[in-house]
Design a protein around this ligand. Structure first.
Ligand code: ZN
Ligand code: ZN
Length: 384
């Protein structure tokens, strides 16, 4: 099955239905999706007679290897890619050509209009992105591999943690292990947050040491072209003495109790997932568990845990780390079989810290399949 050719013909059908003669794809990630070409600085023109990749001599060997069945215009140094694209479109006779309104710059669009005066360019948003939301089996396999690599890297990371490691040391180590496990890189700069710093959903790494707190939040993924995105919150493997811990972190909340709430929230979301369900209903299934939580022994009467879940439940992953569908309260998206999404409920308590559990999930006709295989039980994650 040639999935890439299928993607191109699906795009051509959409364009015909919208009345376009052609479409110029300028976003590198969308060019990759439609051609398999992994370089950059190149455009893809979807045209009725001949779909064409427009690139330059640096990439000619790579294009022959990665897209043998695709016509390519390789420009010389005397031309820009925009000029070559304008020429290709003019020669094709196309009159009405769509461009990626949310990706092309105003300067590029103006230049195209000048270079190809016979063509009418129409900015359209999100055509290829809409197609990318549902993954084909080839893509699901690539995301699964990105999950495996992230997990292998994480296991090495956990096995080598030291009490004196700072957040910065741990970010460096995790990035190295993900590459060693087979990733090109991590899919975004990992978040490694010690103790109460876990209350910042996007904590940048500092010199805070692992041994200074009782818990650790790690959010990371691997990039192999397709990307994974996972979060685990661990109890510190070093059983830090309360005297060494930050004063704020010592107050009040019980890690195991909060962890169990977040895990129950994630399980409620997973149980709600299947093709045809509204994304916002999955978000609310997760949110209900957290918002309705009563602390054991009527502790923390002033804390409404619902206010501590401060972000959406999840997002699609694929060639980009954040793509459709959006799983949040104000989302209009409906889940479909073949979507791959994160499910990542969390609670964040300023001064105490945060707990987030994030897994990568394939939506199926009757439910879901978990792509992540790491245990979600916190006890399993302590270093042995
Ligand atoms: Zn994440
Ligand atoms: Zn995420």
């Amino acid at each position: 099955m040639n999935y890439i050719r299928q993607r191109r013909s699906a795009l051509s059908q959409t364009l015909q239905a919208q009345g376009f003669d052609g479409f110029l794809i300028t976003a590198p990630v969308n060019v990759t999706y439609l051609t398999g070409f992994t370089g950059d600085a190149s455009f893809y023109a979807a045209l009725p007679k001949n779909n064409t990749l427009i690139s330059d001599t640096r990439f000619s060997a790579q294009i022959e290897e990665e897209c043998p069945d695709l016509e390519a215009v390789i420009r010389g140094h005397n031309k820009t890619t925009l000029e070559a694209a304008a020429e290709t479109l003019t020669k094709s006779g196309a009159r009405s050509v769509g461009v990626e309104g949310n990706r092309i710059t105003l300067g590029e669009l103006e230049a195209l209009k000048q270079l190809a005066p016979k063509v009418t360019f129409v900015p359209v948003d999100g055509v290829v992105e809409a197609q990318r939301v549902v993954k084909d089996p080839g893509e699901v396999e690539k995301i699964r591999e990105a999950v495996r690599v992230a997990e292998r890297g994480f296991r090495m990371f956990i096995a080598t943690l030291r009490e004196a490691d700072t957040e910065k040391d741990m970010v460096d180590a995790l990035e190295g292990y993900v590459r060693r496990a087979g990733g090109r890189s991590t899919s975004f700069p990992p978040i490694v947050a010690v103790g109460e710093r876990g209350a910042l959903p996007h904590a940048p790494p500092t010199t805070r040491q692992l041994g200074e707190a009782s818990k650790l939040l790690v959010d990371w993924g691997a990039d192999l072209g397709y990307k994974s995105d996972i979060t685990r919150t661990l109890k510190s493997p070093f059983g830090t003495a309360p005297s060494r811990r930050n004063k704020m972190e010592r107050v009040g909340f019980d890690f195991d109790e909060l962890y169990a709430v977040v895990l129950a929230s994630q399980n409620a979301a997973l149980a709600a997932i299947r093709s045809g369900v509204k994304a916002k209903d999955v978000d609310s299934a997760a949110r209900k568990v957290i918002a309705g939580y009563k602390f054991k022994g009527d502790k923390h009467p002033d804390t409404d845990l619902g206010n501590c879940f401060t972000h959406g439940l999840g997002h699609g992953i694929g060639l980009e780390i954040h793509e459709g569908p959006r799983i949040r309260a104000n989302s209009e998206d409906v889940l479909e079989a073949g979507m791959v999404v994160t499910i990542e409920p969390g609670v964040y308590i300023p001064g105490w810290g945060g707990i987030r559990i994030e897994d990568d999930v394939l939506v199926t006709h009757d439910g879901y399949r978990l792509l992540t295989t790491l245990s979600r039980e916190p006890a399993m994650l302590t270093a042995s």
